[in-house]
Write a protein that binds this ligand. Sequence first.
Ligand SMILES: Cc1cc2nc3c(=O)[nH]c(=O)nc-3n(C[C@H](O)[C@H](O)[C@H](O)COP(=O)(O)OP(=O)(O)OC[C@H]3O[C@@H](n4cnc5c(N)ncnc54)[C@H](O)[C@@H]3O)c2cc1C
Length: 401
Amino acid sequence: MDDGYSALVEKVVDQLLEDHPPGDTDPVTFLRAQFDAGLAYVWFPPGEGGLGVPSDLQAMVDERLSQAGAPPSGRVTNAIAAGQGAASILAYGSEALRRRCLRPLFTAEMMGCQLYSEPGSGSDLASLATRAVRDGDEWVVNGQKVWTSGAHRADVAILLARTDPDAPKHAGLTQFVLNMRQPGVEVRPLRQMSGGAEFNEVFLTDVRIPDSDRLGEVNDGWSVSQHTLVYERYNMPRVPRRGEGAISLAVDAWKQRPDQTSPAALAIKAELMRHWVDMEIVRLLQMRAAALRASGTSGPEGSLGKLAVSVVGRRFAEWAAAVSGPEGVLLEEGYDSYVDEPGAMRRMASSLAMLCVGSPGTSIAGGTDQIQRNIIGDRVLGLPREPAVDRGVPWSQTLRN
Ligand SMILES: Cc1cc2nc3c(=O)[nH]c(=O)nc-3n(C[C@H](O)[C@H](O)[C@H](O)COP(=O)(O)OP(=O)(O)OC[C@H]3O[C@@H](n4cnc5c(N)ncnc54)[C@H](O)[C@@H]3O)c2cc1C
């Protein structure tokens, strides 16, 4: 039931576009005004970037603003921080922290990253070893993180650290917002097979965080991080249009073939249609997840959607070279400079070859396919949980890599 929310949102969009025509407004001014109008995250409360209306209306806002030529927001160019980061800051941050971070994260004036994974703790995130020790009104942090997307350009980070080593592994963690621009934060890029270096190792040595930049209660970081990861798996409420994105590149490539009635072209067309249908099923699954989310149901639909995007997308990317022939494996000139930029993933999707080298990452980032299957097995199918030898054991006594 809409309750007149659509009309309200349409009116606010009209007003924003009238007051700040995108063609005559610089991008940051426009995005600040979008935030202030409550059109950054429509489901957030008024005054904090939202209007307090159902989240599925954000897609309509994004569509209208994009058609009017509005600039992409931080939800695209600063996705981790302005996506799940902002959602966690809203839910668990102090008022001062929300005021300091939410708007600049959305406008991408403040870039951010997520310091979760460590060399010995990825899927088993709760086993992480980075320590935060209380020192008066501050915390002192030491440790190493890895695979941190965007750390090389980040101003702040969402950090998960161990605050009680003698509690069982899930019970001794705390989440913070960390200032990345301080002594003791060392970021080292990792080069990947696509040629870019958007991931990093991050070394933290005696780094300080004011207690006021804590998210949630001390030692309750596991539930805070689950909130963060649920938002990561939702991957924001933007559902693609039918036939949009990577599949459209393949359709275009097939249409450019000079031999459209040859047996080879027809065989590839049959395969192409199979991939098109798979992509459409994923899109419908994402729509279903968005509808459930809008109705307030938080469940395993994020895992289902993530697994489907990963499995179908990877199968498609591995096949995509067939439709474009040798060109499908040639990277664009200058590819290794642009994958480093904000919004790189979006630009990567503009070439089948880049899609091919980038696709394996989808089945790892944000929780691997196997971990999504475990979640679905536990929470959807009600299968017995995996045996865990460290349940209830103090983290300091557990065996780790
Ligand atoms: C594109 C990309 C971006 C990323 N960005 C970030 C970021 O910004 N911040 C951040 O903190 N991290 C980031 N990561 C890291 C990512 O979260 C981890 O790589 C991921 O959680 C897996 O951890 P791992 O690499 O340590 O693998 P491991 O956990 O060591 O897993 C190795 C293999 O074992 C399997 N496995 C592990 N446990 C189980 C189990 N219980 N059941 C079945 N199979 C299992 C896994 O599925 C995998 O195949 C990123 C990774 C990628 C690829």
